[in-house]
Write a protein that binds this ligand. Structure first.
Ligand code: COA
Ligand code: AMP
Length: 628
C-alpha cells in the first residue's frame, strides 16, 4: 500500500476507512453508525458501538493468549527499583483496584482525578477508571496545588488517587500535602482520596476521607469491565490555552481506541509483542496515548520509567534502557535529546550500549530543530521521525507512516498529513495559501477519530477556541507551511501558548501571576528561545507609579509566585522592567509583535499601534540581556 492510496482512502471514503480500522478491535457490539452528528452538531465516531477500553487493552490480550507476556516494564533509577507485570498480573491489579474505586461509589460517567508520579500504579489507576466506564483526569505531578484545585473544580471528581511522593532525581517531593492544599482551595470536595504509600515517604492521612491504596485493594472484589458507547468519554486532560483557565480536552472511548490501534502499525510500525517506550509522563497526552493506551491496545509491552534522560545517573540512561529491555521504538521530546547531547556531545555513552533492537526514534511535543535531528541520526545511526500532534488530537496529525510507506525525511518537517487529517495553511482571512507560504495551520472538518468533540462542560469555549476563526476548519494554534512536495513544517504557536521542555504552558496564565504582584501595573509574558528547553518565559513589566523595586527582587518574587501558582515546570527566566508596552489605541497589548521580536522575526508595525517607539525599547532591553 502506498502512502497516497492510504491517505486518499481515508479522505475519500472516511466511513469505510475507519470502520475497517475499528473492526480490528474487540468490541462487545461493533459500530454500525460510523460517523454521525451529536447534539452540538459535532462529528462523532462510532456512536452505537459498545465497548470498554480497559477490556480491549488488557483482558482481551489475556483471553487471546498473551497473559504471560509483559504488559509493563517498570524501571526507576531514582528509587533503584525494577520489575515487570504480565498482562495477566495487570488484569488482576486493575480489576481489583477498579473494585476498590467502585466500593467508593465510582460508577459510569463519574470523574476520578489522578495525581501520581511515574509508577505502575498510575497506569493501573487509569485503566481501573476506564474499566468502570468512569472518566479519569490525570494531572501532571509538576503542577502546583493551585493548578490541581482548578482542575478539581472543573472535573468535580468523586475520588482523587495519589501517591505519598514523587522523586525528581534525588529530590523527594511529598505529594499528599499538595493534594490536601488543593482540596482545601477547591470548592468541590471529593468523597475519598486513595493514597499509594511509597517507602520514601509516609503520607499523613485524614480519616475517613483518606484511604491507603493497600487497604482499599485488600478489601475489594475484582470489578468486571462496564460496557460503554463509543462516544462516551474515557478521559479529560487539561491543557493550556490562551487564558488562565486550562481547557479540559475530552476524549471519547471508541474513536480513541480505533485511532491509537491504527497508529501503532501505520505510524510506529510495531507489532504485538514488541517493546515500545514513550519516555514521557502519564500527566501529558503523549503519556496517555503512548505509555498507556496505544501500546496496550496493540498488545505491546510498554515502559514506565521514573527517571530523566540525564543525571539518572548519566546521559546514557535512555541507551541503557534500550539495551536492557530490547526496546524497538523510543519516543521522546526533542528537549530530552538536547539534554543528552549537551552532556554527551560525542555520543560516547551511546557507543557503550547495544542498540541493535532499536528500530526507530520518534520525537514530538515541540519543534524538532534540525541540529538536534542531525545529531541524533548521526550518533545513534537510527532513523529519527518527527511527528506533530496536540493534546486535542491525541495522536499525530502529521508524520512519516513507517508501517504504510516510509518517506524520505526532511529535517525540520513532520513529513506528511496522517490519514484522516486534511491539513491546510490559511491566511488571516481563511484563504488557502500556496506552497511554501507561511500561515495558520488548520484542519478541515470532519476531524478523524480520537480528536476532541468538546471542552469538558463548555462547548461554547470549544467552538470559540477552535472552530470560529476559520469556519469549516479546526484551528490548530500552530503556524507553518507546506512545501511543494506536501511536507508540513510546523514553525511554532500563533497564540499565547509556549512550550517549555516539551511541556505546554500558557503565557496568559503566567501574566495573571505577574499582574497579581503589588508592584506591577501592566505586563506581558513572552517565550524566548532557549537552547535546552526550546522556550522559556520572560516577563515584561511596567511598574505602578511611585513604586520602587529593583529587577532582581521583582524577579525573585515573581519566580516564587510562578512556582507556587503554576509549579516548578514554569521555569520563569527573567523579569524586565520597561517603560511601555506596544498597544493598540484601544489599549490591547500587541502580543503577536512581542512574540515576533522574541523569535527574531521581522514584523510589520500595525497602523493601530499607539506608541511605535515602545517596540525599539523592548528590542533593545531584550538585546541588552542577551535574550534575543
Ligand atoms: N513533579 C514535581 N516536580 C517536577 C516534576 C514532577 N513530575 N517534573 C519536573 N519537576 C520540577 C523539576 O524538579 C524542576 O524543579 P527545580 O527547578 O526546582 O529543580 C522543574 O520542575 C523543571 O523540571 P524540568 O523541566 O524537568 O527541568 P530539569 O532541568 O530538571 O530537566 C530535562 C531538564 C531536559 C532533562 C527535562 O526537562 C526533560 O526530561 N524534558 C523532557 C520532557 C518530556 O519528556 N516531556 C514530555 C512531553 S512529550
Ligand atoms: P501538547 O498539546 O502538549 O502535545 O502540545 C502541542 C503543541 O506542541 C503543538 O500545538 C505544537 O505547538 C507543539 N508540537 C508538538 N509536536 C510538534 C512537532 N513535531 N513539531 C513542532 N511543534 C510540535
Amino acid at each position: 500500500m502506498s502512502y497516497q492510496s492510504e491517505y486518499n482512502a481515508s479522505i475519500d471514503t472516511p466511513e469505510n476507512f475507519w470502520a475497517e480500522q475499528a473492526n480490528q478491535l474487540p468490541w462487545y457490539t461493533p459500530p454500525k453508525n460510523i460517523l454521525s452528528k451529536d447534539e452540538n452538531g459535532m462529528d462523532r465516531w462510532f456512536a452505537d458501538g459498545v465497548m470498554n477500553t480497559c477490556y480491549m487493552a488488557v483482558d482481551h490480550h489475556v483471553n487471546s493468549g498473551r497473559g504471560e507476556q509483559n504488559a509493563i516494564i517498570f524501571d526507576s533509577p531514582v528509587s533503584d527499583t525494577k520489575y515487570t507485570l504480565t498482562f495477566a498480573q495487570l488484569q488482576d491489579k486493575v480489576a481489583t483496584f477498579a473494585g476498590a474505586l467502585a466500593a467508593k461509589g465510582v460508577g459510569k460517567g463519574d470523574r476520578v482525578v489522578i495525581y501520581m508520579p511515574m509508577i505502575p500504579e498510575a497506569v493501573i489507576a487509569m485503566l481501573a477508571v476506564a474499566r468502570l466506564g468512569a472518566i479519569h483526569s490525570v494531572v501532571f505531578g509538576g503542577f502546583a496545588p493551585n493548578e490541581l484545585a482548578v482542575r478539581i473544580d472543573d472535573a468535580t471528581p468523586k475520588v482523587i488517587v495519589t501517591a505519598s511522593c514523587g522523586i525528581e532525581i534525588s529530590k523527594i517531593i511529598s505529594y499528599k500535602p499538595l493534594v490536601d492544599a488543593a482540596i482545601e482551595q477547591a470548592s468541590h470536595k471529593p468523597d475519598s482520596v486513595i493514597v499509594f504509600q511509597r517507602e520514601q515517604v509516609t503520607a499523613e492521612m485524614h480519616a475517613p476521607r483518606d484511604i491507603d491504596w493497600n487497604d482499599a485493594v485488600a478489601n475489594a472484589s475484582p470489578a468486571e469491565p462496564v460496557p460503554v458507547n463509543g462516544t462516551d468519554p474515557l478521559y479529560i486532560l487539561y491543557t493550556s490555552g490562551t487564558t488562565g483557565t486550562p481547557k479540559g480536552v475530552v476524549r471519547d472511548n471508541g474513536g480513541h481506541a480505533a485511532a491509537l490501534f491504527y497508529s501503532m502499525k501505520a505510524i510506529y510500525n510495531v507489532e504485538a509483542g514488541d517493546v515500545y517506550w514513550a519516555a514521557s509522563d502519564v500527566g501529558w497526552v503523549v503519556g496517555h496515548s503512548y505509555i498507556v493506551y496505544g501500546p496496550l491496545l496493540k498488545g505491546c509491552t510498554t515502559v514506565v520509567y521514573e527517571g530523566k534522560p540525564v543525571r539518572t545517573p548519566d546521559a546514557g540512561g535512555f541507551w541503557r534502557m534500550c539495551e536492557e529491555y530490547k526496546i524497538s521504538t523510543l519516543f521522546a521530546a526533542p528537549t530530552a535529546f538536547r539534554a543528552i547531547k549537551k552532556e554527551d556531545p560525542d555520543g560516547k555513552l551511546i557507543e557503550q550500549y547495544d542498540l541493535s533492537a532499536l528500530n526507530n526514534i520518534f520525537m514530538a511535543g515541540e519543534r524538532l530543530d534540525p541540529p538536534t535531528y542531525d545529531w541524533t541520526v548521526e550518533k545513534t545511526g537510527k532513523p529519527v521521525i518527527d511527528h506533530w500532534w496536540q493534546t486535542e488530537t491525541g495522536w499525530a496529525i502529521c508524520g512519516n507512516l513507517l508501517g504504510v510507506e516510509a518517506k524520505a525525511p526532511k529535517p525540520g518537517s513532520a513529513t506528511l498529513p496522517t490519514p484522516g487529517f486534511k491539513v491546510e495553511v490559511l491566511d488571516d482571512d481563511g484563504n488557502v495559501l500556496p506552497a511554501n507560504t507561511q500561515g495558520s495551520i488548520a484542519i478541515k472538518l470532519p476531524l478523524p477519530p480520537s480528536c476532541l468533540p468538546s471542552i469538558w462542560g463548555n462547548f461554547e469555549r470549544f467552538k470559540e477556541s477552535y472552530l470560529t476563526e476559520f469556519p469549516g476548519y479546526y484551528c490548530s494554534g500552530d503556524g507553518g507551511y507546506i512545501d511543494e512536495d506536501g511536507y508540513v513544517f510546523i514553525m511554532g504557536r500563533t497564540d499565547d501558548v509556549i512550550n517549555i521542555a516539551g511541556h505546554r504552558l500558557s503565557t496568559g496564565e503566567m501574566e495573571e501571576v505577574v499582574a497579581a504582584h503589588p508592584a506591577v501595573a501592566e505586563c506581558s509574558v513572552i517565550g524566548v528561545k532557549d537552547e535546552l528547553k526550546g522556550q522559556l518565559p520572560v516577563g515584561l513589566v511596567i511598574l505602578k507609579d511611585g513604586v520602587e523595586i529593583d529587577e532582581a527582587t521583582l524577579f525573585a518574587d515573581l519566580k516564587a509566585s510562578m512556582v507556587k501558582q503554576i509549579g516548578p515546570i514554569a521555569c520563569f527566566k527573567e523579569a524586565l522592567i520597561v517603560n511601555r508596552l506596544p498597544k493598540t489605541r484601544s489599549g490591547k497589548i500587541l502580543r503577536k509583535i512581542l512574540r515576533q521580536i522574541a523569535d527574531g522575526q521581522s514584523y510589520t508595525v500595525p497602523s493601530t499601534i499607539d506608541d511605535p517607539a515602545s517596540l525599539d525599547e523592548i528590542s533593545s532591553v531584550m538585546k541588552e540581556k542577551s535574550l534575543i
